[in-house]
Design a protein around this ligand. Structure first.
Ligand code: FES
Length: 139
């Protein structure tokens, strides 16, 4: 595989946790469990996780029919979760992020969260820049 120039920031993250707070996820008026946005922001700050296992509270990630959606990305790929419904689920995410920060690598997600694993994509050819894989290293 040929070399591809890459832009790199000063501080490399271990990963990024994007938690959907869009049009459906967390909207109790639509019958979905709340997303504890303020608690998450506070936990990430208190635990010193920002810029290491970065937290992003974001708009719609796409699969609205299976709220509440979380997307975890790293150099190793993307793991999606859906239908998180309790504070315990978000606490497990925060604990996992802190343990990963302390270990200086993304650890396996808690087994209890595996039942919330989501695959939102159809099978297709790998994404590329005219013949060069974009997600080199992704599984
Ligand atoms: S609002 Fe969360 S996936 Fe659309």
């Amino acid at each position: 595989m040929s070399e591809t120039a890459r832009i790199t920031p000063k501080r490399l993250m271990l990963g990024q946790v994007s938690i959907c707070d869009g049009c459906c996820c967390g909207k109790i008026e639509k019958g979905h469990p709340a997303v504890p946005v303020q608690w998450l922001k506070q936990e990430w700050k208190v635990r010193g996780l920002l810029k290491r296992v970065h937290l992003t509270i974001c708009g719609c990630l796409g699969p609205c029919d299976v709220p509440n959606v979380v997307m975890i990305t790293s150099s190793e790929g993307t793991q999606w979760l859906a239908r998180l419904s309790t504070q315990r689920h978000y606490t497990m995410l925060a604990d996992w992020a802190e343990q990963s920060k302390d270990a200086d690598e993304l650890l396996p997600l808690p087994k209890e969260l595996s039942e919330f694993s989501l695959m939102p994509y159809r099978e297709q050819s790998p994404l590329s820049f005219e013949g060069q894989l974009v997600f080199e290293g992704h599984r």
